[in-house]
Design a protein. Structure first.
Length: 361
């Protein structure tokens, strides 16, 4: 009797799953690159190393359609951590999404594959990764209320955890509009994030201020027969506090109210901008050639401040062996330029060559 009850319970739980239309998919990605890392300082070693590993953005997931109104998706990374998990409700005016996925401003204009499909993210391309949110979409318009970012700040007397706190009372807001035809697609959007920062303690200046950050972004993709051209740019303030993610080093470097710049009871804002350009040519069903350039700059809003810049160049070729299996050899250079200290310090560069292997199933 107990076994029959368990079987009945499993069937009851599985019934909605069996009734839905599940479309499972997976993507195995492997990186094989040689990287020459020049730190730019005579006191540090220049090294050439081998990158030979499964990429962290390998994935498995599914899209689901329960009926004409209700759907959703989930996606897990190679370590089975959550990449996406959301549900959708489609109605007359548009679509409502709740859960975790890419934000409205996360648009991909480059197919650079180095560093786990870097795609010039953080080097000219604005990117936040996948964040929990409530999003409304109608036509080409996307409006999202996103989990706020409270990345914190640093000052001359950096407080310990029990002496400081970041408090958000409003969600992050993002809007993007896309106009699309068969020949081109244009995106225009922006976002705003705010939270309160408080710090108190022995020997500390009392800090009670808001940290505001914003971004405006635009991009376009043009198809010209077998060729294509993609361009994009953005500008903003305090993007590190906004919560922008850079796959190259895990954070949006120096784009925050940091480096000891809390002075006179007012935060020093950090201004940032970036842009990119990509050109490609589909030579055949088997070969696609692409070249790209990205540039990113951050500069603290203080007198005599210097900008901290990063540049990347690359050329690659996507070679399709069979549908679902392709190789992407790529060569490139990432120049980290000088930092914004006085005197400026050369942050070096990295030259790389190798190939990504990918099988989609």
């Amino acid at each position: 009797m107990k076994k029959l009850f368990i079987i009945f319970a499993v069937l009851c739980l599985a019934a909605p799953v069996m009734a839905a239309d599940w479309n499972f998919y997976g993507s195995a990605r492997f990186a094989t690159f040689w990287v020459d890392d020049d730190p730019g300082q005579a006191t540090e070693f220049e090294t050439t190393s081998l990158m030979w590993d499964q990429q962290g953005n390998s994935r498995i997931g599914a899209t689901v359609k329960f009926n004409d109104e209700i759907g959703g998706a989930f996606e897990m990374a190679d370590d089975f951590g959550k990449r996406k998990l959301y549900g959708t409700y489609t109605f007359g005016a548009g679509e409502l999404l709740i859960g975790q996925t890419y934000t409205p401003l996360d648009k991909f204009y480059s197919d650079s594959v180095f560093d786990g499909d870097g795609d010039l993210l953080g080097v000219g391309s604005f990117y936040e990764s996948r964040i929990p949110m409530i999003q409304f979409k109608t036509g080409g318009l996307e409006i999202a209320l996103i989990r706020p970012s409270t990345e914190g700040v640093e000052n001359d007397e950096t407080p310990t955890d029990d002496q400081s706190q970041e408090i958000a009372t409003l969600p992050k807001v993002e809007v993007n509009y896309q106009f699309k035809t068969d020949m081109f697609a244009i995106n225009v959007g922006g976002g705003y994030n705010t939270y309160d920062y408080e710090a108190r303690g022995a020997g500390l200046t009392t800090v009670d201020d808001s940290v505001d950050s914003y971004v405006v972004a635009a991009g376009a993709l043009f198809n010209i027969g077998p060729a294509y051209i993609n361009v994009a740019g953005h500008m903003g303030q305090n993007l590190g506090n906004y919560g922008v993610y850079n796959p190259m080093n895990g954070t949006w470097e120096r784009a925050a109210n940091d480096e000891g710049e809390y002075q006179g009871g007012q935060f020093r804002d950090n201004d940032a901008y970036g842009f990119l350009g990509v050109v490609g040519f589909k030579a055949s069903e088997m070969f696609n050639i692409e070249a790209g350039y990205g540039f990113q700059s951050y500069e603290l809003d203080v007198e005599n401040s210097e900008a901290d810049e990063t540049t990347q160049y690359y050329v690659n070729c996507t070679i399709t062996i069979t549908p679902g299996f392709f190789l992407v050899p790529e060569v490139g250079l990432i120049d980290f330029a000088d930092d914004n200290s006085t005197p400026a310090v050369d942050q070096g560069d990295a030259t790389y060559a190798g190939m990504k292997w990918q099988i989609n199933f």
